[in-house]
Every structure is written in structure tokens, then in C-alpha cells.
Design a protein around this ligand. Structure first.
Ligand SMILES: Nc1ncnc2c1ncn2[C@@H]1O[C@H](COP(=O)(O)OP(=O)(O)OP(=O)(O)O)[C@@H](O)[C@H]1O
Ligand SMILES: [Mg+2]
Length: 461
């Protein structure tokens, strides 16, 4: 949406330097990915955004929201005390004003937020004007940026909401004011910072507390921890999953050799049959929740089916590619926690391959006290899923747990220092007909292995 600097200053209590009539269309805090016409927001994160105002100007930014004017440029500015707080304030004002008629869906949970958001946005887009966050833009920067990037005539806004500490989701809800809340599941992701499983449950429940009585809470019918949260919702609850009493019930889900899951949902709005656009058997649960929200918002069962099939995933999540050498690569290196590790290992098991199954795995971070035991269990699970040869990356206790678990359960294991060494290790072994999974927490950066193996001319599918 278009905003003038005068409007931004009025909403944030800021001071304009330059022409107040300057128009911006969208906001960004990364000068490397800013689009022409956007407003650069100088936020002090790992680096101070104020050092990049001139770079943003050169990249096409029309204005900047800053706390001080100390760079050499002639970009029009709105100067505020705290650009991050001002961004939230501006988004809150816009939500109550230009987007007051927009219906907002918040999506949170431990695992599968982005997948569910992508499935839901695609299901909604078949019949409604939709705007959703890019990629995993789900925090106190990404959510206001998403909201301010919506067109004025947006009918439904889908906002992923992440949490690192208690209160995060409540703060995001104060800006976005969701009418519908979807919780994918409650598990171990980020458990360390959230105070274990109980803390995770508390912070995800903040979404339900923010819903109005005439809204809707979409919960996972197969996750007892999520269901416990229902009492925190004033809004009626709809459940989705395999359980026989689910509002939206998965009556069948079959996975094919390309990891596409075909599902049939029985719903109060009619049956939905779809071959999902996202890969992996675990997407059935995400799709059932996405369907629940889309059907509630008035999309027809046929529209939902079409949209779920058309969904495209975000990068490095269950990306399947076949190299020219006949090797199948599953790049799920975006992130990892025990639930998503299990889902990915099951996917390798389900792949239609003639040869051997390899996995390069690294640490799952932020798991807290049980971390090594969780890694050992994943090592065992990898062997049970038919991984013939496991390459583990790193030398911490977690990686040791992965290695010993897999060895105990009968897999061959090789331990290497980093992604480069892992690439060399698998390059020596991979033959036509083999499959390889790469997965670890974001910081381990294992996607480089998949990208290098595919670089020789992948046939992505
Ligand atoms: N319901 C699920 N159960 C288990 N694993 C899942 C589920 N949904 C997605 N995944 C897997 O979890 C990983 C992350 O998925 P996704 O990006 O959708 O989650 P997210 O909650 O948005 O993560 P983040 O906290 O990094 O934003 C991927 O490997 C994906 O395949
Ligand atoms: Mg995400």
C-alpha cells in the first residue's frame, strides 16, 4: 500500500526530513533485498541499519525510517525515537484504518508454520484477494512489514507468527488483530528459549487469547497439547486431523514416489480431494488445518482442493531434485527440530529409489536439556527409516548422539567437520539411483551440499 511520509510521521510521532508528500510502497529492513519505491527501516539487529541507509538509497529506496540522520545521502526521512517500535505502531494504525475490513489469519505452532501459511494462502487465492508473509517473515519486523505490504483491497491477510520468548505472539497479535488463529502443533522447536514444552504451550496459546468471540481457532486434532489450549479461546474451535471426531477429518492420505501426498478430507462444507503441492506425508496435517481456515472464510471445497495442489513451498524445505547423474536429492536444510527430522527421514524412506539412501545431518539447535538424547533418538530413527549411510557434521555432543544412535541401530556412520567435508564424503559414494537427504538447523548451512550436487544441471521437479 502507498503511504506518504506525512502519514507515516502522523502515525508514529516522527519528524519528516525532506518532502512530506513523498510516497513509499512497502517497507524493508534489508538493504540487499529492498525493492524500488520501498521505505528502508534502519533497525539495529546484528548490524546497525543506520550504516546502510545510503546503500538502500542506491538500491532504489524512496525514503527511510530512522532514529538519526548520520549517513551521506539525500533520501527523505522520517525520524523517530525507535524505528522498530514505529514500524509496529504504523502497522497497528494501518490495520485499524485502511485494513479494517481485512480478515486476518494468524498461524503459529512449533513446526509447519510456513508450510501451513503457504498452503492456506494458495487455497484462499483461488477465490479471494490474499496477502501473506514472504518466506518465514514471522517476527516483530516481518509481521509489520507483511501488513504494510498488503494492498488496500486485501480480503484476507495470512500472518505467520513465530516466538522466541514469552509474549512474542501476544505482541504480534496486538498489531495484526487476527480473527482466525491456527496452531499447527506444539513440540520442541525453540524450546530452550521458551522454557521447555510448557513455555512453548503458553506462548503459542497467546494467539488463542487474542481471538474475538466470533472468530475461529483451528487446532490440530491429533496433538493433545494443542487441544489443551482450546480453553484459552473465546472463539469457537475447529479441529483438523486424523482423529475420528475432527471437524475436518483426514480420511485418507497416500504418499507417492515423488513425495506428493494425496489427501481426502471430510468436512462440514463438503469433501476435499487434493494432491498437495508441498512434499511429505506430514503436509497432510498442515493441509487439513489450512483447509479448515479457508473453508471457514468461504472458499469452496473445489477451490480449496485446487489451491492446496497449486501451493509451492519456500526454499530449502523438502525441495526434491534429480541430478543429471541420476541421484535424487532432498534438500530440507532450511531448519531442523525432532519433529521435522522425523518427517524428513520418513520422506526419504518413502522415496522411490533403486539405490542406497544417504543422509547428511547436523545439529538441531535450541532443544534444551534433553538435546543429546533427542539427537540419539533421531540417529536410531534414521537407521529405522532405511538410511544406509549417515554423514554427521560437526563435533559437538549433539552430533555425537546422532552418530551413536545411528550406529547402535545398524547404520554406517561417518563424522566430518563441516559442510565442505560432508560434500566430499557423499560425492565419493553417490551413484545413479541413490537418494540423499540434507538437513540440520539453519546455522549449519547444509543447503550448500544440495546446491553443489545439483549445480551440474539439476532436473528439479
Ligand atoms: N506438521 C509437520 N510435522 C513435522 N514436520 C513438519 C511439519 N510441517 C512442516 N514440517 C517440516 O518442518 C520444517 C520446517 O517447516 P516450516 O518452514 O513449514 O516450519 P516453520 O514452523 O515455519 O519453521 P520456522 O520456525 O523456521 O519458521 C521443514 O523441514 C518441513 O518439512
Ligand atoms: Mg517459518
Amino acid at each position: 500500500m502507498q503511504l506518504t511520509l506525512a502519514q507515516i510521521a502522523a502515525a508514529t510521532g516522527g519528524r519528516v526530513v525532506g518532502s512530506p508528500a513523498t510516497i513509499v510502497d512497502g517497507f524493508a529492513n534489508d538493504s540487499r533485498s529492498i525493492a524500488v519505491g520501498e521505505c528502508f527501516v534502519a533497525i539495529a539487529d546484528q548490524r546497525d541499519g543506520h550504516d546502510f541507509v545510503a546503500t538502500a538509497a542506491a538500491a532504489g529506496a524512496t525514503a527511510a525510517l530512522v532514529a538519526r540522520n548520520d549517513d551521506d545521502h539525500d533520501l527523505p526521512l522520517v525520524v523517530v525515537d525507535d524505528p522498530l517500535a514505529a514500524l509496529a505502531r504504523l502497522a497497528t494504525v494501518v490495520r485499524g484504518d485502511r485494513l479494517s475490513g481485512t480478515r486476518v489469519v494468524g498461524v503459529t505452532g512449533s513446526t509447519g508454520k510456513t508450510s501451513t501459511k503457504d498452503l492456506l494462502a494458495s487455497a484462499l487465492a483461488t477465490e479471494l484477494r490474499v496477502h501473506a508473509n514472504r518466506s518465514s517473515f514471522n517476527n516483530e519486523i516481518g509481521l509489520p512489514v507483511t501488513l504494510l505490504g498488503a494492498r488496500d483491497d486485501t480480503e484476507v491477510l495470512v500472518c505467520e507468527m513465530g516466538a522466541r520468548v514469552a509474549g512474542n505472539v501476544a505482541a504480534l497479535c496486538a498489531v495484526a488483530r487476527p480473527e482466525i488463529g491456527v496452531i499447527t502443533n506444539i513440540g520442541m522447536a525453540h524450546a530452550e528459549h521458551l522454557g521447555g514444552a510448557d513455555g512453548t504451550e503458553r506462548v503459542k496459546g497467546e494467539l488463542l487469547e487474542a481471538l474475538p468471540a466470533d472468530g475461529l481457532a483451528g487446532l490440530n486434532a491429533d496433538d493433545p497439547v494443542s487441544l489443551r489450549l482450546a480453553r484459552r479461546s473465546k472463539a469457537p474451535v475447529a479441529t483438523a486431523g486424523r482423529a475420528s471426531d475432527a471437524t475436518v477429518r483426514i480420511v485418507s492420505a497416500t504418499i507417492d514416489g515423488e513425495l506428493r501426498c494425496s489427501i481426502r478430507l471430510r468436512t462440514p462444507w463438503g469433501d476435499v480431494e487434493s494432491r498437495l503441492g508441498l512434499r511429505g506425508a506430514h503436509q497432510a496435517a498442515n493441509a487439513a488445518l489450512a483447509a479448515t481456515a479457508a473453508l471457514h472464510l468461504g472458499v469452496s471445497p473445489a477451490g480449496v482442493a485446487e489451491g492446496l495442489a497449486a501451493a509451492r513451498g519456500s526454499s530449502w524445505r523438502m525441495e526434491l531434485a534429480h541430478t543429471v547423474d541420476g541421484i535424487t536429492i532432498l534438500n530440507d536444510a532450511y531448519n531442523a527440530n525432532p519433529d521435522s527430522m522425523r518427517a524428513a527421514l520418513e520422506a526419504v524412506r518413502d522415496l522411490a529409489v533403486d539405490g542406497r539412501r544417504y543422509a547428511v545431518l547436523g545439529t538441531m539447535r535450541e532443544l534444551g536439556a534433553d538435546s543429546v538424547a533427542e539427537h540419539r533418538a533421531i540417529g536410531r530413527f534414521a537407521a529405522a527409516c532405511g538410511i544406509d549411510h549417515l554423514v554427521v557434521v560437526g563435533d559437538d555432543d549433539e552430533v555425537g548422539g546422532l552418530a551413536s544412535g545411528a550406529r547402535e541401530a545398524g547404520a554406517a556412520v561417518e563424522q566430518v567437520d563441516d559442510a565442505t567435508a560432508a560434500l566430499e564424503a557423499v560425492r565419493l559414494r553417490l551413484r545413479a539411483g541413490d537418494a540423499l537427504l540434507v538437513k540440520a538447523s539453519r546455522a549449519v548451512g547444509l543447503e550448500s551440499i544440495a546446491l553443489a550436487l545439483c549445480a551440474a544441471g539439476a532436473d528439479a521437479s
